[in-house]
Design a protein around this ligand. Structure first.
Ligand SMILES: NC(=O)c1ccc[n+]([C@@H]2O[C@H](COP(=O)([O-])OP(=O)(O)OC[C@H]3O[C@@H](n4cnc5c(N)ncnc54)[C@H](OP(=O)(O)O)[C@@H]3O)[C@@H](O)[C@H]2O)c1
Length: 325
């Protein structure tokens, strides 16, 4: 089968399409014929040598999410039949013609979505749903600040928060992305320069209940200033640095909770649970069109390097998706 292969750590030029061995479906594993696979920021990090695949995932084939048809099932599989349309999370290996997945990590693709749309869902919608509702406990009517509002995860988070009745604030370094996010349910689009002052002004000093952050150190001080009393701050990435100075007095005074979170490194049991929660609470909104995957561009497999360049230059609003024949 054909697969994207990271031949060595480096820039987009280290990516090659190679013929690799096809995996066999054993035990409770399902083999999926991948029709489309989402690109994620983590793929760029892995390509550069900074984010090794977890044990059990292919070390050199990237791809954290995929959509396709069930092609073969292991002898213990009970949930799926050959031919069903499925999407799912992976620790890696999604950018290949076939992938093996635990049967409980697959979700049936709603009828209204095609493979490209489905491939843009698992990583960003499961991450956003888990971070907002399970980790931060976002409630109806609360105010939430979502950084990198035009990112794949950001566009999912804005829609899920809006759909649940939260009031959404978002930042981006690119003004046009804030305009693009408005129809998704972004109530207040802010420059990232003085966002804490803007949040305080717009909320009459009350602050936001939840912050979803991908930037880290560079936003730390402003995040604490923007939060309300009993606010919750969830870190999902450190695009702007991982070493920060924290004003512990402010943290204590506001009774702020800070939590860091990753999806890829979780145990199988944790991934099964997070997938089930997504399927129960978020999938119906995707199936009835209330929220939707946001796709900037699709690429054939052999243009994988171009997709990496585009994401590396921060030019995507929403997702970049690879299409496999
Ligand atoms: N913890 C987890 O489980 C988990 C799961 C999924 C994703 N993530 C992380 O979440 C982030 C978003 O992922 P994605 O795939 O949705 O990314 P993406 O679509 O590539 O979007 C990332 C956006 O972040 C903004 N950005 C980049 N560097 C920045 C910086 N130094 N300071 C401020 N903004 C910056 C850029 O937008 P503008 O500059 O135009 O604003 C960029 O387009 C990534 O860092 C990813 O690794 C974490």
């Amino acid at each position: 089968m054909k697969a994207v292969v990271i031949t060595r750590p480096g820039g987009p030029d280290v990516l090659e399409i190679r013929d690799v061995a096809m995996p066999e479906a054993t035990g409770d594993l399902v083999r999926v014929r991948v029709r489309a696979a989402g690109l994620n920021r983590a793929d760029l990090l892995q390509r550069a040598g900074g984010y090794a695949a977890p044990v059990g995932s292919p070390a050199d084939i990237p791809g954290l999410e995929f959509a396709g048809e069930v092609d073969a099932v292991g002898p213990h599989v009970r949930m799926w039949k050959v031919g069903q349309r499925v999407m799912g999370l992976a620790g890696g290996g999604g950018q290949a013609e076939y992938i093996l997945a635990h049967e409980g990590l697959l979700v049936e693709i709603p009828e209204n979505l095609d493979f490209v749309q489905a491939a843009a869902i698992p990583e960003v919608f499961i991450t956003a749903h888990d971070a907002l509702f399970t980790q931060a406990g976002l409630q109806m009517g609360e105010r939430v600040l979502i950084h990198a509002a035009g990112s794949g995860v950001g566009t999912a988070a804005i829609q899920l928060a809006h759909a649940t009745g939260a009031i959404t604030f978002g930042t981006s370094r690119t003004a046009s992305k804030l305009l693009q996010a408005t129809p998704l349910g972004l109530d207040y689009g802010l420059s990232d320069q003085n966002f804490s002052t803007d949040v305080q002004r717009l909320t009459h000093g009350a602050g936001v209940h939840v912050v979803l952050d991908f930037v880290g150190a560079a936003y730390m001080a402003q995040n604490l200033e923007a939060l309300a009393t009993w606010g919750r701050l969830v870190f999902l990435a450190t695009l702007g640095g991982s070493q920060a100075t924290v004003n512990l007095g402010l943290l204590m005074g506001k009774r702020i909770q800070i939590r860091g979170c990753t999806l890829r490194t979780r145990t199988l049991e944790e991934k099964l649970a997070v997938t089930r929660r997504f399927a129960t609470h978020a999938l119906p909104l995707l199936a009835n069109g209330k929220v939707k995957p946001i796709i900037e561009q699709t690429y054939p497999l052999h243009e994988i390097a171009q997709a990496h360049v585009k994401m590396g230059e921060n030019k995507n609003f929403g997702k970049l998706v690879l299409v496999l024949d």
